[in-house]
Unconditional design. Structure first.
Length: 323
């Protein structure tokens, strides 16, 4: 009689024997551990025969546990465990393994400059855009999204407005601090296939990165100014980029520039950009910067750099985010 039924995993058993699988929702090619338990039959003294699609793959006295490799996406493996007890007590349990791929991809609306190749990490309270990619197939044909029911969870709680039939995409607010666990369960409408996946989303503090703003080429995003730098230029324009800040444009943030201990009034049109001239600084220009979001008190990032005019070589720059 059926006790538990999943689209990914369907388990049936007699009254005396139960069968459990780990993981319950395996991915294609994943090793599945099979375990038998019984309150009425002494399994340690019983002969146990394991079959997959009618073919015996393991047999032995007291063989309560074994394992099998799940097939490919959309495949079906029917598991039968037959128990022959020493006193004539017999039992059986069945399970069906039908692995399906499920991946969760996400990005955020945090800021990153043009041509940034990485994923936009989640700044504090950033909006998260997630997508679930289910690899369910039926008869060699991919199951359409409209026939899949998606249930989205955040930290164990259902996101009701994001869940439902065909809802493979979800938008939600990311964590203000720490880490949120986003989990999605995908199940075909006829309950024959089921899979789940989860991803951690970490709240990152924005990171200020300084770039040279070249008069001909604009902001040199492929190189970052790091630490102490020398320049032979008489005038140097630099632009700060607030990586992963919760903003659609750097201009919307508030910038507090300090050079050699003096506050510098930011440019009204481009507050993220600062122009330095050699005539103003006989020694190094010690730059400090704090960037804030006027509408989000949690967003604050700081940085410090040292520009030395009159160096013997051009400005020294270094690749950032090389990972």
């Amino acid at each position: 009689m059926p006790l538990l039924a999943h689209a990914q995993l369907s388990v049936f058993f007699t009254r005396e024997v139960t069968l459990s699988l780990s993981p319950e929702n395996p991915a294609p090619g994943e090793t599945v551990r099979l375990s038998l338990a019984s309150y009425a039959i002494d399994l340690d003294r019983s002969t146990i025969i394991w079959k997959a699609n009618g073919v015996t793959f393991a047999e032995g006295v007291g063989l309560k546990e074994t394992s099998i490799v799940a097939g490919g996406t959309g495949s079906v493996t029917d598991i039968i465990a037959e128990v022959v007890g020493e006193n004539g007590d017999n039992g059986a349990a069945e399970a069906r393994i039908s692995p399906s791929d499920l991946q969760v991809l996400w990005t955020s609306d945090s800021y990153a400059p043009p041509f940034f190749k990485g994923r936009k990490l989640s700044g504090a309270n950033a909006t998260i855009h997630a997508a679930a990619l289910a690899g369910f197939t039926r008869g060699g044909t991919r199951v359409p999204e409209v026939d899949i029911i998606y249930t989205w969870y955040r930290n164990g709680s259902v996101i009701a407005d994001a869940s439902g039939r065909g809802k493979s995409r979800a938008t939600m607010q990311g964590p203000a601090r720490g880490t949120d666990i986003i989990r999605v369960v995908a199940e075909t409408a006829d309950r024959t296939q089921r899979a789940e996946a989860s991803v951690p989303i970490i709240a990152y503090d924005p990171r200020l990165v300084l770039y040279e703003n070249h008069p001909l080429y604009g902001v040199l995003y492929h190189r970052a100014i790091v630490g102490d730098v020398n320049t032979v230029e008489r005038e140097l324009k630099v632009t700060a980029v607030p990586y992963f800040a919760r903003t659609s444009a750097p201009q919307t943030l508030s910038y507090d520039w300090v050079v050699n201990g003096f506050d510098i009034e930011p440019n009204a049109e481009s507050p993220e950009t600062l122009t330095l001239t050699a005539d103003d600084y006989t020694g190094p220009a010690e730059i400090e910067l704090a960037a804030m979001n006027p509408t989000d008190i949690l967003m604050r990032s700081t940085g410090a750099w040292r520009i030395i005019f009159g160096g013997t070589s051009g400005i020294f720059t270094s690749t950032l985010f090389g990972e």
